[in-house]
Ligand binder design. Structure first.
Ligand code: GDP
Length: 303
């Protein structure tokens, strides 16, 4: 191979490092590994969540789902139902998990109905943290919730207190995409009015959602429960994953480490306390012995 040949191939060979090719390498690696994405759907019964999930999976996932009556709903608690499917599109693999939350908002006292959901989100972070600190870090399965579609009823006049409470409670843990359900049942005027109302409240809740994902504003508010919605999530999938990793998971991890640090400090304090108590006990015993010895010395008749 002649030098002139080399030069001809890489005219700028002296300064050539090769990092311009990095995006391709990263892309190839990701494609080879495949993608993992978890979507959670939350909202009251009857807003069309199962219909959306079924259309995502192109199958009826719940052919025999039991629909509780009104009396049963009063006492109902939230369930978590996760379904996973592996999809391949033009050679790119995707492991999609959809987490449904039947029972949300059904009970009369639904104020704490989102605790189960928060627990689930936290458990997935905890699992990831555990796997990340283990030996087999190359093959971690990522079950963290990357996006939550929150269904808003088209029949109210905006967001209910429960809607706002829920979003306040989870905005720092997961990317929320509010969805106005069954928008096709509204006239264009009604749709626009509701969209504006929800947007006004979202402006307010955006302050509440400080530190949350700006993606809510890019995809927000989607006005139809259709596969178009899934398409939008698909387009933003990588951004949603990055926000989950860099913001929500990092928040969880640093909180968790702080708690572990505090627990270790408390443990040290507890040990110090035990040591001090033991020393005090020892001093008391030494004083008692000294007193006894002194009494033995001054017994009557001794002198
Ligand atoms: P879920 O309880 O939230 O899971 O609601 P379902 O998916 O079971 O839907 C409840 C009812 O609403 C069913 O009769 C669906 O056919 C209907 N439905 C679902 N999505 C839509 C929609 O976008 N528009 C309208 N008009 N009806 C819908």
């Amino acid at each position: 191979m002649s030098q002139s040949g080399e030069k001809g191939k890489f005219p700028d060979a002296a300064g050539y490092v090769g990092f311009a090719n990095l995006p391709n390498q990263v892309h190839r690696k990701s494609v080879k590994k495949g993608f993992e994405f978890t979507l959670m759907v939350v909202g009251e019964s009857g807003l069309g969540k199962s219909t959306l999930i079924n259309s995502l999976f192109l199958t009826d996932l719940y052919p025999e789902r039991y629909i509780p009556g009104a009396a049963e709903k009063i006492e109902r608690t939230v369930q978590i139902e996760a379904s996973t499917v592996e999809i391949e599109e033009r050679g790119v693999k995707l492991r999609l998990t959809v987490v449904d939350t039947p029972g949300y908002g059904d009970a009369i006292n639904s104020q704490d109905c989102f605790k189960t959901i928060i627990q689930y989100i936290d458990n997935q972070f905890e699992r990831y943290l555990h796997d990340e600190s283990g030996l087999n870090r190359r093959h971690i399965v990522d079950n963290r919730v990357h996006c939550c579609f929150y269904f808003i009823s088209p029949f109210g006049h905006g967001l209910k207190p429960l809607d706002v409470e829920f979003m306040k409670a989870i905005h720092s843990k997961v990317n929320i995409v509010p969805v106005i359900a069954k928008a096709d049942t509204l006239t264009l005027r009604e749709r626009d009015r509701l969209k504006r109302r929800v947007r006004e409240i979202c402006d307010l809740s955006r302050t509440i959602m400080k530190g949350g994902s700006s993606l809510c504003r890019t995809i927000w508010p989607s006005c139809n429960v259709s596969s178009r919605l899934a398409g939008k999530a698909g387009t933003h999938m990588q951004d949603l994953q990055e926000v989950t990793q860099d913001l929500h998971y990092e928040n969880f991890r640093s909180e968790r480490l702080k708690r572990a640090g505090r627990a270790a400090d408390e443990d040290v304090l507890d040990k110090d306390q035990i040591l001090m108590e033991k020393e005090a006990e020892l001093r008391r015993m030494q004083q008692m012995i000294a007193q006894m010895q002194a009494q033995m010395k001054i017994k009557p008749g001794d002198d």
